[in-house]
Design a binder for this molecule. Sequence first.
Ligand code: PLP
Length: 415
Amino acid sequence: MLSQRMSLLSGPGTVAAQEPAELAQLAAAAGRQIIDLAAGEIIIETPLSVREGAIAAINAGTNRYTDAIGLTLLRKAVAEKLAAQTHVGWNLEDIVITAGAKQALLNAALAVLDPGDEVIIIRPSWPTFASQILLAGAKPVFVDSRPSTYIPNIGAVRDALTQRTKAIIVNSPNNPTGIIYDPTTLRAIGDLAIDHHLWIVSDECYSCFVFAGRHESIVTAHPGVRSRTILVNTFSKELAITGWRLGYLAGPPEIVAAAKKLQSDMTSNANVIAQHAVLHHLEVGDCSFERKMHQRLSKARHTGLRILAGLEGVTVPRADGTFFFYLDLKRLISELSAEGPVRSADDIARLLLDETDVATVAGGFFGDMNGLRLSFGVPQDLLELGLKRVVETLNSLKTRQPSKGRVTKAHDPEK
Ligand code: PLP
């Protein structure tokens, strides 16, 4: 029999919930040409400097453990990079290299949470935050940001605090909404954290993906929270190397020490070849890859917003940050017949996959039955085709009873 802990987790491998990407993969495996607007990654070639760094490390025979929290030179390079980005001083002692941001976030949860503690999460939210809090024996407490256009309302956050609140998760630029929190909001969250002795976990994994406005780290907006902030970032998105598994956290000494203990016992160091590859990139890279990727995404966003302007009864999303369009389908869904088969964004995502071969992520995945997330990290031609199909389908919903749709292999439990 499995541990009770396992029943806390939904996600891949369970019968109840399949990850959106998994559904798309199953459909593709069944021979269908899926346009995948669901994936949380950018489809682009790996930077040359990263590849060269990896190959050089392999050819040099690199094969041994590193310090559990990473190569000293890489930690130093990350500290310098973070100092330049946040305008706050960081040293190598502040940095832990992890197997992606997921491990950094799990380190944070296991290091600071006790059973019964509560953690504030602003919803819609990336589901791993809640899963990891549950794994640590604590309780996620959700604050709905939808009434305040996805920027957390500070009064609502304050109302959600109890004696048991131990931490708040800040994710800006935000997955899935694409919203960037303004410095005033960040400062207000910082003040609350100080007043109520909270840890702040600041997930800034999309800090490089800003297309309108400006991203500011919470430690920049409110330097007074530095000693209570665990800043998390990753190379997964920034260098489009999700599968290489390399991220980091920056935090106060007790967090670095706790992360070192946790990683020593759980995984040891992040993959040594990936560490050398990214170190090489940080040493020799001239940011041309990052510039090229940003330009491509900027163009894709522009094209996408133009196509989405054709939506009837759905507001065009802001998409200021990240590489996601997040549609609010509340009005559209409320206008559809309650007796019809389409009653939520989950139904719409299923219909899009079944009828148009476009994979999207329904907001239910993020705790929002009205949202739909579309990635613009795919090649331009696929993006245009996929978004046109989305617009056409959504615009047709009111004037037709959606057909039952063919049963996809992805949903067929016999296959
Ligand atoms: N944080 C957020 C908000 C994410 O959206 C993701 C991945 O989608 C991660 C963290 C995980 O990143 P990594 O691949 O570095 O584990």
